[in-house]
Design a protein around this ligand. Structure first.
Ligand SMILES: *Cc1c(COP(=O)(O)O)cnc(C)c1O
Length: 452
């Protein structure tokens, strides 16, 4: 089969998957999972025809997908893929651009620069910031935190690039009690030591309590959150960032999904003061609904990020702000182009509309579940609904209901622990999800509460 026939075959299969995405089981059934054994072939010595490989992938792989690109997926906060963004990615696959610098891809460099400027405008963050497109909020957070430490040390005359960390002035890190595990991971990899992290106490909603903020100084990195994973809440940025700025601490905001609330009609209430921070991370692949994987590192001091992530070499010198100098990745595909496509196609109003719609759907879901006897644990300020059942202290009944929901194929949502007690969490973040899916989820969960 020639190349074009193969690509068309793949496109046809992809289109037929998408055509049925609203009606697919959300979690694969037992037969589809068992069939995955068909992949367990010995590594072939002689290659097989490409068409056969594609056919195997579709035949065995497609039934074993989780339909996270469908409207009935409520796990994590991982969104679907917007048609405009997914279409851009398909074209980009043909281009096979390496988005490291202008030399490697003028179109990628141009569009990612523009996407970066648009993002700063849409999210209303300092326009002078550097914007890097990395693989994940994990990796982008790591890049920002490395830039933070490098800058704080440089202010004390310490060149961490040359001198390393041994014997360096101490940098302390303050994180929220509810900090995301990936921020802890980034700090761990950077060598801060989990035992050395200073924990900021949180209030009943999981927000850092300004009255109990640990002492900060000019060698402190304070990690805050826009959109905590369970409650969906926002730290009170105004007092916290004021306290940090007063002493010269660096503030990093993890807004993997919550940063998009900057476009909500409630942005002021939720995120006021957030733009006073020094660095921010957010994902494209979550609430913006771009395909995996794509995330964004934003750093007010553009030079700080560019110097920390610099990877110029004699054979690969570039603009100091070329993408390869703003993230961990050296070679990568042009992730920023799907961000550009999403922003251009939806426009600011379209994204704001999606965010507000998801927030309204979350409230609808919470009201419906409450009415059928579930306990809703959070205030539902964003797109997260955390549920429990009364008298189900160990969460065993809720787990049975969740497993029954999974087995039904009708919807999927995940488990969590909040304040030491098991709970379940439903997130609404796909452009495909509407009132019909919410009402269906309520009906399924109501019936499972009666029967499981
Ligand atoms: C998902 C998430 C992350 C990590 O993002 P990845 O892109 O999956 O690495 C960090 N913080 C929060 C609050 C998240 O929800």
């Amino acid at each position: 089969m020639d190349e074009l026939a193969l690509i068309r075959d793949a496109d046809n299969r992809a289109a037929s998957y998408l055509a049925g995405v609203a009606d697919r089981r959300v979690f694969p059934d037992a037969d589809a999972l068992a069939a995955l054994w068909a992949f367990q072939e010995p590594l072939p010595r002689l290659g097989r025809p490409a068409a056969e490989t594609l056919d195997l992938l579709d035949r065995i792989g497609t039934p074993a997908t989780v339909t996270s690109n469908g409207p009935n997926y409520f796990g994590f906060v991982i969104g679907g893929a917007l048609p405009a963004a997914a279409a851009a990615e398909r074209l980009m696959l043909a281009w096979d651009q390496c988005a490291s610098s202008f030399d490697n891809s003028p179109v990628a460099a141009t569009l990612e620069k523009l996407a970066g400027q648009w993002l700063l405008e849409a999210l209303d963050l300092p326009r002078e910031s550097a914007v890097g497109f990395g693989t994940s909020a994990t990796a982008c957070g790591l890049a920002c935190l490395a830039a933070a430490r490098r800058s704080l040390l440089a202010r004390k005359g310490w060149d961490v690039d040359r001198q390393g960390l041994a014997g360096s002035p101490a940098v302390q890190v303050v994180v929220s009690e509810t900090v995301h595990v990936t921020v802890r991971k980034a700090l761990r990899i950077l060598g801060f030591g989990l035992d050395n992290l200073i924990i900021a106490s949180t209030d009943d909603y999981g927000r850092v309590d300004p009255a109990r903020l640990p002492r900060l100084d000019d060698m402190t990195i304070l990690c805050l959150q826009a959109g905590e994973v369970n409650m969906g809440e926002f730290d009170p940025f105004i007092p916290l960032i004021q306290a940090a700025r007063a002493v010269g601490a660096w503030v990093h905001v993890d807004g993997a999904f919550g940063l998009w609330a900057r476009l909500s009609s409630d942005a002021v209430r939720l995120t006021a003061g957030l733009d006073g921070a020094d660095s921010w991370t957010t994902d494209g692949h979550k609430w913006l609904n771009t395909p995996y994987d794509g995330a964004i590192a934003i750093c007010r001091d553009a030079r700080a990020l560019a110097d920390a992530m610099n990877s110029d070499a004699a054979y690969a010198a570039a603009d100091p702000f070329a993408q390869k100098n703003l993230t961990l990745e050296f070679s990568r595909r042009a992730r920023g182009i799907s961000v550009w496509a999403a922003l251009r196609t939806l426009g600011v109003d379209g994204i704001a509309g999606m965010v507000d719609r998801h927030r309204a759907l979350a409230r609808r879901l919470a009201d419906g579940l409450r009415a059928t006897g579930y306990e809703v644990v959070n205030r539902v300020v964003l797109n997260q609904v955390l549920i429990r059942l009364e008298g189900d202290e160990d969460g065993a009944r809720l787990t049975r209901i969740r497993k029954a929901a999974e087995a039904s194929g009708e919807l999927w949502f995940g488990p969590t622990i909040w304040r030491g007690r098991p709970a379940a969490r439903l997130s609404i973040s796909s452009w495909r999800t509407g009132e019909a899916e919410i009402d269906h989820a309520i009906a399924v969960l109501a019936s499972l509460r009666e029967t499981v």
